[in-house]
Design a protein around this ligand. Structure first.
Ligand code: M6R
Length: 365
C-alpha cells in the first residue's frame, strides 16, 4: 500500500494534489462564481440570519479553524470565533442566537469535539461539520456538513486532511462571501485560484530534495521557533506542532509581530527560526523580524513567495513557494513545513507514523 514511499506520512504529503482535487470536485459553479455544498442543509434565508460563526476542534484541526477565521472574515465579512473543543464544552460560553456552530474533525471521532457538538446542540444551536470520516459519529450527529473526501489518513500526524480542511474553509468563505458582498469577478478569481491549487502544490513538492537537505542540516537542534503573520500565523503554529509530534523537538509558533514582546529572548545560535514571509503588506515587517533574529545569531529558514523581492542573502535558507491568490497561500506555505518536519524526524530516526504517546484518533476526554 505504501508503494515507493517509506512512511504513510510521506505518502500522504505527496498525495495532497490528489486529495485537494477530490475535496473540491464538483463543488464550483461557474455560472454563479461560487462554491456549492450539497449537505449543509440551510436555505439562503437561514444563511443570511447568521451573524457569527463559532468553530470548535482540536490539535492540527484547531489550526485549520484559525485559518478559517482569517479566510471567512476576509472574504465573507462574518465574525468568526475559534475555540478548543475541550474548552468550549466546559466553559458555558455565551453565544448569540444567530451564531452558527461548526465542528471540524478529520476522524469524526474525536471525543472532545463530539462533546462540544453535543453541548452546542443541547443548547439549540445549529451545528454543521467538516469531516473526512464518512459515517463517523460527528457526521451522524451534526445537522449538516461537508465531507472532505481526502482519502484515508493513516499517519498519526495529520497532513493531507489539514490542507483539505483549509481548502474547504476557503471555499466556504467564497460561498458565504457570494451571499454577501463578494462580487462575481472576485468570486471568479477565487474559483480559478482553488482550481490551480493542485498544480501549485505539486511545484512545491518538487522541491522535496532541497527541503530534505535543509532538514538534515538542522536536525540536531533541540528548539525551534516558527513565526508568521495574519493567515500565516496558524500555519506557523501547525509547523511547530508537526515538528513536536514526530521529531520530539521543542518548537513554538508565534505571530511574527509578537517576537519582540517576549520570544526574542529565546533566540541564540542554539535556536533556529522558520519564518513565513509571503509577498504582501507585511513582507517588510517580516524581513525586519528576520534581521532581528539573525542579529542575535539565530539562523533563519525562510519560506517566501516574494521571488526576486526576497534577495538570496536575506535568510540562511530560503524555500520559494509560488505567489498566488491570498485564499490559497496558507496551503502552499504548509507543504514545506510538513516536509521539513518529516525529513528532520527521519534523520533523527523517529517512528514517524506512530509517534510516542499519540493516537490517531483521541476518543477519551
Ligand atoms: O480527527 P481530528 O481532526 O478531530 O483530530 C484532532 C487532533 O487530535 C489531531 O489533529 C492531532 O492534533 C493530530 N495528531 C495532528 O497531527
Amino acid at each position: 500500500e505504501l508503494g515507493h514511499f517509506t512512511h504513510y506520512m510521506e505518502k500522504e504529503i505527496f498525495e495532497q494534489p490528489t486529495a485537494l482535487e477530490n475535496s473540491m470536485r464538483g463543488r464550483f459553479s461557474d455560472d454563479d462564481s461560487t462554491a456549492k455544498f450539497g449537505g449543509l442543509n440551510l436555505d439562503p434565508v437561514q444563511w443570511r440570519q447568521i451573524d457569527r460563526i463559532l468553530f470548535c476542534a482540536c490539535g492540527t484541526t484547531w489550526h485549520a479553524c484559525l485559518t478559517a477565521e482569517y479566510l471567512i472574515e476576509k472574504y465573507a465579512r462574518i465574525p468568526v470565533e475559534v475555540e478548543y473543543a475541550s474548552e468550549f464544552r466546559y466553559r458555558n460560553a455565551p453565544l448569540d442566537k444567530n451564531t452558527l456552530v461548526f465542528v471540524i474533525s478529520q476522524s469524526g471521532e474525536t471525543l472532545d469535539t463530539l462533546e462540544a457538538l453535543r453541548e452546542a446542540k443541547r443548547k439549540g444551536y445549529i451545528v454543521l461539520g467538516i469531516t473526512n470520516g464518512v459515517g463517523s459519529s460527528i457526521a451522524r450527529e451534526t445537522d449538516g456538513g461537508i465531507y472532505q473526501h481526502a482519502g484515508p489518513e493513516i499517519g498519526v500526524a495529520s497532513t493531507k486532511a489539514f490542507t483539505s480542511q483549509i481548502l474547504l474553509s476557503g471555499m466556504l468563505a467564497l460561498h458565504l462571501g457570494r451571499m454577501r458582498d463578494l462580487s462575481f469577478g472576485d468570486g471568479r478569481e477565487m474559483v480559478a485560484a482553488f482550481r490551480s491549487l493542485p498544480g501549485l502544490v505539486s511545484t512545491v513538492l518538487d522541491q522535496a530534495d532541497k527541503i530534505k537537505e535543509i532538514a538534515e542540516k538542522y536536525a540536531d537542534f533541540s528548539d525551534f521557533l516558527f513565526l508568521g503573520r495574519q493567515s500565516m500565523f496558524p500555519i506557523a503554529l501547525e509547523g511547530a506542532l508537526k515538528l513536536k509530534e514526530i521529531s520530539y523537538i521543542h518548537a513554538e509558533g508565534y505571530p511574527a509581530g509578537e517576537m519582540k514582546h517576549g520570544p526574542i529572548a529565546l533566540i541564540s545560535e542554539e535556536c533556529p527560526s522558520v519564518i513565513l514571509s509571503p509577498h504582501g503588506d507585511t513582507l517588510k515587517k517580516v524581513i525586519s523580524n528576520i534581521q532581528e533574529t539573525r542579529a542575535r545569531k539565530g539562523s533563519v529558514i525562510a519560506i517566501t513567495s516574494a521571488g526576486k523581492d526576497f534577495p538570496q542573502d536575506t535568510a540562511d535558507e530560503i524555500i520559494h513557494i509560488p505567489q498566488a491568490h491570498d485564499c490559497i497561500m496558507p496551503i502552499l506555505a504548509t507543504i514545506p513545513l510538513q516536509l521539513l518536519a518529516y525529513y528532520i524526524a527521519v534523520k533523527r530516526g523517529c517512528d514517524v507514523d506512530k509517534p510516542r504517546n499519540l493516537a490517531k484518533s483521541v476518543t477519551v476526554e
